[in-house]
Design a protein around this ligand. Structure first.
Ligand code: SMO
Length: 704
């Protein structure tokens, strides 16, 4: 069966094998799963941000047509807590009931649940529940976790600094908004007493173990399947109370159960992202050498802590020094609970927050010293000979040529031309700015698994413990297997996202699935190939658990040319260039797709998106009428450049790229907008940079 491929599969721009079915409507998403006579869940949610539950009267709802059960907090009070990832030392651990008991803590928190024979009947019955909730003043934000990173004598560095620049940066609160909302379908098996759970998730194995733990049932009774997932972006990396309830109800009623969130429910009760406010200061010499970095990061958490809830706060601090020599460091992150939807990870998860603050400080340092923005970055970036390097916050940067990314931006990305164009148009009175930003992106650390087998026809099945959120996982893994086994890709089937048929795994998050999950596939295929070469015909499964040596750090540099209409304030990104080193590339088409999509979400953060609560804690942005998503027409042409420095941290040499654009784009856009308004004396702006925000900044500057 072996043949010699001329062209390597790894590195080839192979079209996504997933797409033919998806674009024909032949995908299977969780809501498409057909169950026999399922009960549909609808939740009654808290209308107030804080209050005491005096009584919940469910009688009328329970008697409504088609209703099979109505439940309140008392019914599920003995379930375990949702899990919290212990990445940060937690000083206060809130309990979080699946349905509210005693108190409600945010608008949208589930208070009661109805199961009925149709979703419409469940919703109608939920409206018949009378919850007597006494509105109470919202308590002050509560500190849940605090972490410090200190290195060297920051006080002395700032006291003796020739120049100090400072910046306060507020990141808008964002709704991740995958096309497919949260969804769950639970099949109850009367014979075994177990359940099969189709769940739109990034982490099927973790969902299974957490469900078992919270419900107090043997994990062997739960199989979790992530079928096609229509985007996730971190929002589906943690288990939700609604999902726990659906599985609990299936066990309790011994029935099939379904729930698919409405878009309104996603705005209200899925996790949000960003929302971080950070204050930073950079000390430097007159010739632009950084000598000290201080920062205080305030990360909101919302009213409960999902598994991923603290990751953003932690990343927003630990990644701050980026790949620069910064001298002494004094960074503190504080994470506080508020009466809002929970914060979770969202594409980048603290990386955009850290990167934006650092790159704003550097632009201010460039302005203060009169040094070109790319030049001042180059003067402070670590060189290839410095790597591996342990940063002042304890991160090990593995490999790369950081300054080369800046050189490419200057030589091929059009930096010099952009500056010339800006100056010419500025002289004619136009508001035009050029913004740059360097970024780094850690991909995860730890393990993933792969199992490969070959049948008598020579067809290969790859089962991965990693999973997919619609990002081309199956195509990339098929390329790795075809390349390693030296057989055509069409002989390879890739299977993932099923705890029943795939080996254990972590999942599709933290830009980890190619670097770690892909390395596991490579290793398993190498073992299989050796057996086949030794004459085996249909060998037994080869199963590998692969652990990387540590995170591989992708990086890059972005350039944005942005103009602002002086009359309306409307911004327009006219041109953008991206230089990315994502390590060894498995599929350049997939990489380009990640950068484009990431850039679009970064653009959304910089220019458009913002979740808004009013002073009473009510959500004002509950639909896409109020929350502005980027559309195709908002995207500028992107000029993509890349080079590959393989990472020594995993056998593939891959680095994460899933979040690159989302990390690099916001601050390049912000820097460009501030550069455009620099002639008016503007030094700071808050995202999103809507026409209104920019119009006000222009008016204020012109009147002041
Ligand atoms: S924010 Mo990502 O899904 O780790």
């Amino acid at each position: 069966m072996m043949q010699d491929n001329q062209a390597r599969d790894i590195g080839a721009p192979v079209p996504r094998r997933e797409d033919a079915a998806l674009v024909r409507g032949q995908g299977l998403y969780t809501d498409d799963v057909a169950l026999d006579a399922p009960l549909h869940v609808a939740f009654l949610r808290s209308p107030v941000p804080f209050g005491t539950i005096d009584a919940v009267d469910t009688d009328e709802a329970a008697g409504a047509e088609g209703v099979a059960g109505v439940f309140t907090g008392a019914d599920v009070a003995d379930l375990g807590d949702l899990a919290v990832n212990p990445a940060l030392p937690i000083t206060y651990r809130p309990d979080f009931p699946v349905l509210a008991t005693g108190h409600v803590r945010a608008v949208g928190q589930p208070v009661a649940a109805v199961l009925a024979d149709s979703a419409a009947r469940a919703q109608d019955a939920a409206e018949l529940i009378f919850a007597d909730i006494a509105d109470a003043p919202t308590p002050a934000p509560r500190l849940v976790a605090e972490k410090h990173w200190r290195s060297g004598d920051a006080e002395a560095a700032f006291a003796g600094a020739e120049i100090v620049v400072e910046c306060t940066l507020r990141h808008p609160r964002l709704a991740p908004s995958p096309m497919e909302p949260r969804a769950i379908a639970v099949a109850h098996d009367a014979e075994t007493g177990g359940v099969t759970v189709w769940l739109s998730t990034q982490t099927p194995h973790r969902a299974r173990s957490e469900l078992a733990q919270i419900l107090g049932v043997d994990a062997a009774l739960i199989r979790v399947i992530a079928p096609h997932v229509g985007g996730a972006f971190g929002m589906k990396a943690s288990l939700y109370p609604e999902e726990v309830f659906a599985v609990w109800a299936a066990f309790r009623l011994k029935r099939n159960v379904k729930w698919t969130a409405t878009r309104s429910e996603e705005f209200l009760a899925a996790t949000h992202g960003r929302g971080v406010t950070s204050h930073g200061a950079l000390a430097l010499t007159r010739d632009g050498r950084f000598t000290g970095l201080r920062a205080r990061v305030e990360a909101p958490l919302g009213h409960w802590l999902p598994n991923s809830g603290l990751i953003t706060a932690w990343n927003a601090g630990r990644i701050l020094p980026s790949a620069y020599r910064v001298g002494a460091v004094d960074v503190t992150t504080r994470a506080m609970m508020h009466a809002t939807a929970a914060m979770g990870i969202y594409r980048g998860a603290g990386r955009p927050e850290a990167n934006s603050l650092m790159e704003r400080l550097i632009d201010k340092a460039a302005a203060a010293t009169g040094i070109d923005p790319l030049e001042i970055r180059a003067r402070n970036l670590l060189g290839p000979a410095d790597l591996p390097h342990t940063t002042a916050t304890g991160e090990v940067l593995d490999s790369g040529d950081y300054a080369r990314a800046l050189d490419l931006l200057r030589d091929k990305g059009g930096y010099v031309q952009a500056l010339a164009e800006r100056d010419a148009r500025r002289a004619r009175g136009e508001l035009v700015g050029v913004g740059t930003g360097f970024y780094i992106e850690p991909s995860g650390s730890g393990w993933e698994t792969a199992r490969v087998s070959v049948d008598e026809n020579g067809d290969v099945l790859v089962a991965s413990g990693s999973s997919s959120q619609g990002h081309g996982r199956e195509t990339a893994f098929a390329q790795i297997a075809a390349d390693t086994l030296n057989i055509p890709m069409d002989r390879i089937t890739v299977h993932c996202g099923d705890t029943g048929t795939c080996p254990e795994g972590i999942g599709a998050l933290a830009s980890r699935s190619t670097a770690i999950g892909g390395s596991a596939v490579l290793r398993a295929c190498e073992v299989l190939r050796a057996r086949l070469d030794a004459g085996a015909n249909a060998p037994q499964n080869v199963e590998v658990r692969y652990t990387n040596k540590g995170p591989a750090w992708g990086y890059g540099a972005y350039l944005v040319l942005l103009s602002i209409d002086r009359v309306t304030g409307a911004p327009r990104i006219e041109r953008a260039a991206c230089v990315d080193d994502t390590g060894r590339i498995i599929n350049p088409t997939l990489v380009a797709g990640q950068i484009l999509g990431g850039f679009a979400q970064g653009l959304g953060e910089a220019l458009l998106e913002q979740v808004v609560y009013d002073d009473d804690g009510q959500l004002l942005t509950g639909s896409f009428m109020d929350y502005a998503m980027p559309r195709a027409a908002d995207m500028p042409p992107l000029d993509l450049h890349k080079f590959e420095t393989p990472s020594p941290m995993n056998v593939l040499g891959a680095k994460g790229v899933g979040e690159a654009g989302t990390i690099g784009a916001p601050v390049a856009i912000l820097n460009a907008a501030i550069d455009a308004l620099r002639p008016l004396g503007v030094e700071d702006l808050d995202m999103p940079l809507t026409a209104q925000t920019l119009w006000r900044a222009i008016r204020t500057a012109e009147q002041g």
